[in-house]
Design a binder for this molecule. Structure first.
Ligand code: NAD
Ligand code: 6OH
Length: 484
């Protein structure tokens, strides 16, 4: 049986207890993972502290950026290994991991290597009312040791989205990947070694959240900042823990995202875009649209076409190159999603398609699959319209006016993403700027430029990452004022 270890100070380190890493496609055990106890988390944090004082701390931006590009090279060299590990851990289709997850991991390192080289700082020529003059400018310094906690849906993509800028700014990191998906964070250690990243700069601790590696890391007094992606409730728990030692936090949390489709949209493009926005990664993307609002004249035609698309999706083995939808991440998560399918019936929804578990007649029946599912007919106050389900499911409702669509889209405690589908770009802009979210797409979805601000309003997060926002979060800016 394969075994996955912690990675501390450049070495594989066995923990005292083990837990199973399960393949969601058939329920088989891929590996035993060794859990970091409080002592090992402390060892990782101390290794990261020491590395700040070593050659890593003395390197300038040029050297760090060169190494980050070498990490990207090392990921690309191991492309097939990363894809295989991500597919086995998550059950996502091999085509998706090859197109999205692994290329984005390399792109994350390249983007922040480029950015740190060209990032400027603020400078001001100062004149005070009592006629003193000075020059003010900021210098960028690392925060120190950054604790990084990530979820299972896009494991490598979301981990590297934080590791790359943290390292670009000269920090060292201790990462705690999701217990469901420990493999690619561990594989990344090999890429770090090959790229000549000094020991102790990148450390991995495995385990769970409460009373395990996640909590031990967030409450550690020598961790200088915590960056987290995951559920809003987990964010709240981490915030409580972190509050005791007053650390900067960056939170990318859940969503209940709306898509608004106008009758003047490019119909095919909108249907295909919403199909992806609802079903990509089996609906397990924080940006997925679970609430779809369609202008009344086209709602029936739209629902019919989306139904056809959902029923056409090729569900099956993640290893099959043509598979478009894999399983959910775990038996427990499937229970959650199926409980919402049941709740939708109880709340009086009309089932358009899906609502059940597919049958394969082979080993995949031991996997955690559900059918892609579309509902209509729920009230806007129904729990299925209010709560994040995080599965391949949406509710479609009609609207008559722009004002009504804005009101319905914004009637949520979350505020991560929205998409607007119209050929009238003035309207697209008018609608987009009224969305209470961190990102609005017009005539597209999940089209990313890594320099743009990314994050959420309300329950969807605190702060922004991306481009200079990442560099500013992962830096301590020291303003220097020189009297002239
Ligand atoms: P989760 O919150 O259950 O777990 C995320 C990570 O936090 C895991 O590594 C887990 O072990 C750890 N954790 C759990 N409790 C902890 C605690 N008390 N202290 C420290 N660490 C703890 O999330 P998940 O189920 O892995 O991921 C799905 C959720 O993530 C969804 O809500 C989704 O919307 C959200 N998400 C948001 C974004 C975004 O960018 N906004 C991106 C991806 C996922
Ligand atoms: C959530 O599941 C997806 C988040 C995506 C990003 O953070 C990104 O940078 O594309």
């Amino acid at each position: 049986m394969k075994s996955i270890q912690n990675y501390i100070d450049g070495k594989s380190v066995r923990g005292a207890r083990e837990f199973a890493d399960v393949n969601p496609a058939d329920g088989s055990v891929i590996a035993q993972v060794t859990e970091a106890n409080e002592e090992l988390v402390d060892a990782a944090v101390q290794a990261a502290r020491r590395a700040l004082r070593g050659e890593w701390g003395r390197w300038g931006i040029r050297e760090r950026a060169a190494r980050l590009n070498r990490v990207a090279d090392a990921i690309e060299k191991r492309f097939d290994c990363f894809v295989a590990a991500e597919v086995a851990d998550t059950g996502k289709p091999i085509a998706l991991a090859s197109k999205l997850d692994v290329p984005r991991a390399a792109a994350n390192f390249r983007a922040f290597a480029d950015l740190i080289k060209s990032a400027g700082v603020e400078a001001f020529q100062t004149e005070t009312p009592d006629e003193k003059s000075a020059l003010n400018y900021a210098v960028r310094k690392p925060l120190g040791v950054v604790g990084i906690i990530t979820p299972w849906n896009l494991p490598l993509l979301l981990l590297t989205w934080k590791v790359a800028p943290a390292l670009a700014c000269g920090n060292t990191v201790v990462v705690k990947p999701s217990e469901e998906t420990p493999a690619t964070a561990t594989l990344l250690a090999e890429a770090m070694q090959e790229a000549g990243i000094p020991d102790g700069v990148y450390n991995v601790v495995h385990g769970f959240g409460p009373s395990s590696a996640g909590e031990f890391l967030t409450k550690h007094p020598d961790v200088n900042a915590v960056t987290f992606t995951g559920e809003s409730q987990t964010g709240a728990a981490i915030m409580k823990t972190v509050a005791a030692s007053v650390k900067p936090v960056s939170f990318e949390l859940g969503g209940k995202n709306a898509a608004i489709i106008f009758a003047d949209c490019e119909f095919e493009n909108a249907v295909n875009g919403i199909r992806d926005a609802v079903f990509l990664n089996t609906g397990q993307v924080c940006l997925c649209a679970e609430r779809v609002y369609v202008e009344r004249p086209i709602v029936e035609r739209f629902v019919e076409k989306l139904k056809q698309e959902a029923e056409r999706l090729r569900i099956g083995s993640p290893l099959e190159p043509t598979t478009e939808m894999g399983p959910l991440i775990s038996a427990q998560h499937r229970e959650k999603v199926l409980s919402y399918y049941k709740l939708a019936r109880e709340e009086g929804a009309t089932l358009v398609t899906g609502g059940d578990v597919p049958e394969f007649g082979n080993a995949l029946d031991h996997g955690f699959y559900v059918q892609p599912t579309i509902y209509t007919g729920l009230s806007e106050t129904a729990r299925c319209v209010k709560e994040e389900i995080f599965g391949p499911v949406c509710h479609v409702a009609a609207f008559d006016t722009e004002e009504e669509a804005v009101r319905m889209a914004n009637d949520t405690k979350y505020g991560l993403a929205a998409s607007i589908w119209t050929t009238d770009l003035k309207r697209g802009h008018r609608m987009a700027q009224q969305m209470n979210v961190g990102i609005t797409w017009v005539n597209c979805w999940f089209l990313r430029d890594l320099r743009t601000p990314f994050g959420g309003a309300g329950l969807s997060g605190i702060g922004r990452e991306g481009g200079m926002h990442s560099l500013n979060f992962y830096s301590e800016l020291n303003n220097i004022c020189i009297r002239l």
